[in-house]
Design a protein around this ligand. Structure first.
Ligand code: BG6
Length: 474
């Protein structure tokens, strides 16, 4: 591995900061989501209801405890720490003219703390935590005005942290909304609150995604003007989609599914809409607001690198009921008989990471940054006061092995690796605390009870050695 390889860890503000209404912070879409059981979707309420428990309100209280947490990350040897800025700390409602100075100061202090240990902050601008007011007052990203609100926010933080942050990403997992039938993805990605089975959902998703892509491209251009040294990437959830068999119908189904899930990256990395998407809009009779100015903005705002999360793969099978090979999301997938799955039903597929890195490299010819990877699992503190998370070490080891093969054997340019939830935090999908990813354990249960004490898991020491040896000892 390159000596400058960026080993680290990744989190998102809303999943760990807590302090949801402190120091002028506004309500975000994450603040109106409840906890769900495994296999169920989180309930999204109409605003904050006093008697309801919202796990993100407390997070793991990183807002007040970050010096202790950053110290532990430094002890692991982190070169980089990926976190998002909570948009609602900077612009509580999203449409103010003046930024909230207390929110800006919090991130000044946080980034300084990282830099004290030579940890490079890597920042996602929008990670599932847009201001809720932009949903209620403007209808979320279906509204073109959101582009200006986002750019104002981006400009504010680009200028403020010009000398403190070099690596940026625009929208977290922008392609998750491919599954427009899931209320969770629609709200987290685009602030689209839709009733179940809304017939307009698909078209709205494409419209919202278009405005986000324009906002992303304009932000890339603006960021480069503010500091030419900035490296600004996109961020996608990379889930390779395999055909169940070598039947050409299954092959076509998989190819079409990949197009449906990754056209967002085609736009962000190639600067233009791929022809298959334009034809799909035509065939579907979608009347989208896409102007020639927008298309010029997309061309001028190509990302510097492709950021990706990688957890699992999907498998698809063609069916006579689906002659156009339409892919929506998980509902259109089948089980892969060659792979095991996590307790939350996510396939475990380390080789899929090598496959994914090669696929992205072949298609985009840009540096890749793995900004999430990990195993959500239940951990137990044993009588010796430790957490022997051998399953997590096994998962991470197998993935880093494949990452090394992609780099050393296949020649893929990977900038770094930041496993997800390096410290236990609130699950985005379920709101659970018990779905843990961290190398640092946090004493808190699904109802928010616990001392919030931090403990080093076995994976903490394992990862420390991986970083120390630059990936030689796994
Ligand atoms: C990614 C998100 O989808 O996966 C994170 O960027 C999220 O925010 C992570 O936490 C793991 O998903 P989950 O649902 O297990 O928290």
């Amino acid at each position: 591995m390159d000596k400058n390889f960026l080993w680290g860890g990744a989190v998102a503000a809303h999943q760990l900061e807590g302090a949801w209404n402190v120091d002028g912070k506004g309500v975000s879409v994450a603040d109106i989501m409840t906890t769900a059981q495994n296999g169920h979707e989180r309930r999204i309420t109409d605003g904050v209801i006093p008697e309801v428990y919202y796990p993100n309100h407390q997070g793991i209280d990183f807002y007040h405890r970050y010096p202790e947490d950053i110290k532990l990350m430094a002890e692991m040897g982190f070169k980089t720490f990926r976190i998002s800025i909570a948009w609602t700390r900077i612009f509580p409602n999203g449409d103010e003219l003046q930024a909230n100075e207390t929110g800006l100061k919090f991130y000044d202090d946080l980034f300084d703390e990282c830099r004290r240990y030579s940890i490079e902050p890597m920042i996602t601008l929008s990670h599932f935590e847009m201001p809720y007011h932009l949903v209620t007052a403007y209808g979320g990203w279906r509204n073109r005005k959101l582009i200006d609100f986002f750019l104002k926010y981006a400009e504010t933080v680009f200028k403020r942290y010009r000398e403190k942050v070099k690596y940026w990403m625009t929208f977290n997992e922008i392609n998750n909304q491919t599954d427009y039938t899931k209320a969770f993805f629609m709200v987290t990605n685009s602030g689209l609150k839709l009733t179940k089975d809304d017939p307009a959902a698909e078209q709205l998703m494409y419209q919202a995604a278009h405005y986000e892509l324009v906002a992303s491209a304009l932000a890339v251009k603006m960021g480069h003007a503010i500091n030419p040294k900035f490296k600004i990437g996109n961020m996608i959830n990379m889930t390779p989609i395999y055909p169940l068999t070598a039947d050409p119908d299954d092959m076509l189904m998989a190819q079409k599914a990949m197009q449906t899930r990754y056209w967002y990256t085609d736009v962000q990395a190639n600067g233009q809409y791929p022809s298959y998407v334009m034809r799909y809009f035509e065939r579907s009779g979608f009347n989208l607001d896409i102007t020639s100015h927008d298309l010029a903005a997309l061309r001028a705002g190509i990302v510097d690198y492709v950021g990706l999360s990688y957890y699992n793969s999907f498998t698809v099978q063609a069916s006579a009921n689906n002659p156009t090979y339409k892919f929506i999301g998980e509902a259109t997938t089948v089980a892969n008989p060659t792979l095991k799955a996590s307790d939350w039903g996510w396939t475990i597929d380390p080789k899929g990471l090598r496959y994914a890195l090669n696929w992205l490299n072949d298609r985009y010819h840009l540096p890749l940054m793995i900004v999430e990877n990990g195993l959500g699992a239940v951990d137990k503190v044993t009588n010796d006061g430790k957490i022997h998370d051998t399953y997590r070490i096994g998962y991470l080891r197998a993935h880093v092995e494949q990452l090394k093969l992609a780099v050393d054997v296949d020649g893929v340019n990977v900038m770094g690796y930041t496993p997800w939830g390096c410290i236990d935090l609130i699950s985005a999908g379920t709101g659970q605390m018990s779905k843990r990813y961290g190398m640092i354990y946090v004493d808190q249960d699904d109802s928010g009870h616990g001392s919030l004490k931090r403990l080093r898991k076995d994976s903490f020491y394992w990862y420390q050695r991986v970083i120390q040896t630059n990936g030689r000892v796994l």
